[in-house]
Ligand binder design. Structure first.
Ligand code: PLP
Length: 432
């Protein structure tokens, strides 16, 4: 088969990415190298014509007076200007990208003075993960991650892009298994893809401050040993941390400019952070040592190219809504209020477990300190049998993953938590 030549626009982006003293180009997949943003096509020509008096370029419709042509019955449903029914750029709404970047700095104080890219808007986190797989994962590449992980990674990385998930044991002696993670990174092969998710789904665990520093040291050592690492950070549950000694920032703060051989890719979204699961807006932001502005623009263009080639652009209404909400004077206090609802449930679970030592005969909790979930390991019985019995006999629904029972306390009212745990205990005792 004739080898396809590299598209000239992709080549120009590759040159901008490669022309810096870091290994961002090395970690791009074949697809990632070939993708480009079609800046010279319809979008480019349309952008050039933006200020013209008669603009017959773009495929949207306008009324005779120049306002967006839309159905009144739809327009009246939204409390936003009708502009929010038009397309947004494939990169995302420029004001929202700027705003989210400012918010990343505000939420992660130790990122201060570090150079990071502008976020590219995706259709929430699942899509951002899929864009990352496109940009970085070749068929047969290994994606290193903990054995407690979100099950959708398999569909995205393995079924979608032919990569292989390679797991390390999440905990060793009740602490995060950083040496297991390091051993996987140090296996043969120069290019490494590491996927980290804190607070974790399903475990509800976030690294302590000490562990976060140790992980930073480990990644530095692996990079110094010559491995080129792309670290994909799935920050879905960012901010929902309930203990003092737990690292409150994204690991992005620690690794965005750690070493020339590390490219950090931060994926985050208002989905869980701002409790807007169905809005489908997320972000992808790059950070690497020795970056250049042209390199970041090129990485952003590649991400936007994947967006353009898959869904073209993301929900305009979602982006406009968020931009407005982020400027609302009550945004921060409302968010704190919702956080405290989840934290109260977390503390209640700790209290229940402490008050019922007899539960230790039925199940052991897996370390947890954050997020929406916690897991328990049932003792001497099959987790799936417990799950079925909980539905049939106790009117209680839980998820079973890798032999563990996952409890989404985010979805359970405070007053039902006592009963939830007593049902799990009773069900296990009955099955035994
Ligand atoms: C770890 C993790 N990442 C990503 C997602 C997906 O988020 P989104 O709804 O923004 O696609 C989830 C949702 O369950 C998740 O648990």
């Amino acid at each position: 088969m004739k080898e396809k030549s590299m598209p000239p626009l992709a080549k120009a982006l590759n040159d901008d990415i490669a022309n810096s003293d870091n290994s961002a180009f090395e970690v791009l997949s074949e697809k990632g190298r070939r993708i480009f943003f079609p800046s010279k096509g319809i979008l480019g020509q349309s952008a050039e014509a933006k200020k013209t008096e008669i603009n017959a370029t773009i495929g949207t419709a306008f009324e005779e007076d120049g306002s967006p042509l839309c159905l009144e019955c739809i327009e009246e449903l939204i409390n936003l200007p009708s502009q929010s029914l038009l397309y947004t750029p494939s990169y995302g709404l420029p004001e929202l990208r700027e705003r989210w970047r400012e918010m990343i700095f505000a939420k992660n104080p130790s990122l201060k003075n570090k150079e990071i890219s502008l976020p590219v808007v995706t259709s929430a986190l699942t899509h951002a993960l899929s864009v990352s797989a496109y940009l970085f994962a070749n068929e047969g590449d290994k994606v290193i991650l903990s054995d407690l992980n979100w099950d959708n990674y398999e569909l995205i990385f393995e079924q979608g892009f032919g990569a292989e998930l390679e797991t390390y044991k999440t905990f060793e002696n009740n602490a995060y298994n950083i040496s297991g993670l390091k051993a996987k990174l140090m296996e043969p092969g120069d290019k490494k893809i590491l996927l980290l998710n804190f607070p974790n789904n399903p475990g509800g665990y976030t690294l302590t401050e000490g562990e976060a520093l140790e992980l930073r040291k480990t990644l530095l050592a692996v990079a110094e040993a010559g491995k080129h690492i792309v670290v994909i950070l799935d920050d879905a549950y960012f901010g929902l941390v309930y203990e003092d000694d737990v690292f409150k920032e994204s690991l992005f703060s620690h690794i965005a400019d750690l070493h020339r051989n590390i490219l950090a890719v931060k994926l985050d979204a208002p989905t869980k952070e701002d409790y807007v699961w169905g809005l489908r807006t997320g972000f992808m932001t790059f950070g690497t040592k020795n970056s250049t502005p042209a390199q970041y623009r090129a990485l952003e263009a590649k991400a936007a190219g994947v967006v353009r080639g898959s869904i073209s652009n993301c929900s305009s209404i979602g982006q406009h809504m968020l931009l407005k909400a982020f400027s609302n004077a009550s945004y921060i206090s409302q968010k704190e209020n919702k956080y405290s609802i989840l934290k109260r449930r977390y503390l209640k679970i700790k209290e229940i477990l402490a008050a019922h030592p007899e539960y230790q005969e039925s199940f052991v909790p897996v370390p947890f300190n954050s997020g929406y979930f916690m897991c328990v390991k049932p003792l001497g019985v099959d987790a799936e049998a417990v799950r079925k019995n909980l539905i049939e006999s106790y009117g209680t629904g839980v998820i079973v993953l890798s032999g563990l029972i996952r409890i989404a306390f985010s979805a359970v009212p405070y007053d039902k938590l006592e009963l939830l745990f007593s049902n799990i205990d009773a069900s296990i005792r009955k099955i035994k």
